[in-house]
Write a protein that binds this ligand. Structure first.
Ligand code: FMN
Ligand code: SF4
Length: 482
């Protein structure tokens, strides 16, 4: 079994560089960190007539902890207050919020309708109030809302019962996730209705005070599935033009009905074949016997390589639609999580890393850098930094300084250590005990029907009864199939 050297064992920037060189991995890293108003990560960024006060973005992260009717709970409010208290000046969407009931990924996902609008407005206000109280101002804080339909991964009524809504039958994903062969695909008329649901949700987001909406196109959910619907007949499949019609129609609807609302897109800019645990527990690609794998948006024909021809065209399209805010992610947490959230320890339904997780980080950094070079006028947010741990600040500064991305998106790290950006910007030493070590319990918990959170490092979650349930679940799962 391959054992990957732990990042925490690398004591100096030189060690880190030598380790990367030995692995043949290219990740930019600065030796010296700067803080104070002139620091690269403290620089403001002007976009769409708004000033964003620094270069940290909080990535969307749901907690499977809303109420049954789609409102935030105390746990949701706590997480959003932490986002506000982090010092990051761009809040990319908060978390995925379903535009209609059948689009919820779990029965506790937030839902945006007329009944929940006021609750979501309050959620946003509490984040802003926390930020203002700690940092004295919020005029340079941009808070958006991520709008989604979970499509193939919808479980709206019972967390144990998938109720997939699909655009096409995917031979591998259908088998992997038990989609019946006779399940009807969403019709073109159904898609038109869905476009309207997104537009209505965007209008409500605007009413609730959000500065932008992210029309989610990542991680295997419905927006992302449009991009790979290469053999779907009709208006929404086949050509690139047809596969992006859904987005173009939503944008046209929002421009007509909420013209002052900014629009953003988070996209999985590269995808691969689905992976599974091999006999030794390590991830390996599902067997695909046909010559060409056509379903990976941003992937090449092998299903295990990257071809950015279409993602670059997608960014051209975004720019032509007047969209300036773009967040780059990769893959899906359901079928190739090592691409999406590089981790040393897999979640209970995952597999042992098939590569050093630093390779996953490098892949995401390279994706964002390539797309930033392609469309320099777009504000690009990168993802997948948490595995860098002690070296995250050094890499983040190097990336922003060298123009590899405009914003450093933070995911899991913010669950374990929300004040990290604040500490870094102020030049305080990092609290190493709170650095996310990618134990994946924030993913294992919801996969087993529990609320998500950082159980190993956040004392609040450690004390919850769910923590003991999670320990039992982990003990029952043999390491080889975790
Ligand atoms: C618990 C959890 C919930 C997440 N929820 C969302 C979500 O609602 N929307 C989304 O676009 N990404 C979601 N993600 C993915 C993160 O935004 C991010 O892309 C990923 O964790 C990689 O970044 P990191 O290395 O900083 O963690 C989630 C990730 C985690 C761990
Ligand atoms: S549970 Fe905590 S330490 Fe583990 S991956 Fe999630 S945030 Fe990181």
């Amino acid at each position: 079994m391959t054992v990957y050297r732990r990042v925490a064992q690398l004591k100096t920037v030189e060690d880190f560089r030598a380790h990367l060189a030995a692995l043949g991995i290219d990740i930019p890293i600065d030796e010296k960190l700067y803080h104070g108003p002139d620091a690269p990560l403290a620089q403001p960024y002007d976009v769409d007539g708004m000033r964003i006060g620094n270069r940290f973005a909080i990535l969307p992260m749901e907690g499977w902890d809303g109420t049954r009717d789609g409102r935030p709970s105390d746990l949701t409010r706590r997480r959003w207050r932490h986002f506000g208290g982090s010092a990051a000046k761009l809040i990319w969407g908060g978390e995925a919020v379903a535009v209609r009931p059948d689009g919820r990924a779990n029965p506790h996902q937030l839902l945006l309708n007329d009944d929940t609008l006021a609750d979501l407005a309050e959620l946003r206000e509490s984040l802003i109030a926390e930020h203002r109280q700690r940092y004295g101002r919020s005029d340079d804080l941009l808070v958006g809302l991520q709008l989604t339909h979970s499509g193939r991964f919808a479980r709206p009524n019972d967390k144990g019962r998938p109720e997939p809504i699909i655009l096409y039958h995917h031979p591998l994903l259908d088998r992997k996730f038990g989609v019946p062969a006779d399940l009807p695909v969403l019709s073109d008329n159904d898609v038109s209705q869905l476009v309207d649901d997104f537009v209505q949700a965007a209008k409500r987001s605007h009413k609730a005070g959000f500065a932008f909406v992210d029309i989610k196109h990542c991680h295997g959910y419905l927006g992302h599935e449009f991009l790979s619907a290469v053999d779907r007949p009709g208006r929404y499949g086949g050509s690139f033009d047809n596969r992006t019609r859904f987005l173009r129609e939503i944008v046209a609807g929002i421009r007509a009905e909420a013209p002052r609302l900014r629009i953003a897109v988070r996209v999985s800019a590269a995808d691969w074949l689905p992976f599974r645990a091999g006999t030794d527990g390590r991830g390996e690609p599902e067997v695909w016997s046909t010559a060409r794998y056509p379903y990976a948006f941003g992937g090449d024909d092998t299903g295990l390589g990257i071809d950015l021809t279409e993602p670059r065209a997608f960014l051209d399209l975004l720019e032509s639609l007047g969209i300036r805010l773009v967040c780059i992610s990769a893959g899906s947490p359901y079928y190739n999580p090592h691409l999406q959230r590089p981790a040393l320890f897999p979640p209970s339904d995952g597999y042992l890393p098939p590569e050093d997780p630093l390779a996953g980080v490098a892949r995401q950094l390279a994706l964002a850098a390539d797309l930033k070079r392609h469309r320099p006028s777009l504000a690009i947010v990168g993802s997948g930094y948490s595995y860098l741990q002690e070296w995250l600040p050094h890499v983040a500064q190097a990336v922003v300084r060298s123009g590899g991305a405009d914003f450093v998106g933070l995911g899991r790290l913010v669950l374990s250590y929300p004040e990290m950006p604040a500490d870094l910007l102020a030049g305080r030493p990092l609290d190493r005990k709170r650095l996310c070590r990618t134990f994946s319990e924030c993913t294992t918990a919801p996969r087993n029907g529990l609320v998500s959170g950082c159980y190993p490092l956040d004392p609040f979650y450690k004390e919850l009864p769910e923590s003991r349930m999670l320990t039992r679940i982990k003990n029952q799962t043999a390491p080889s199939d975790r």
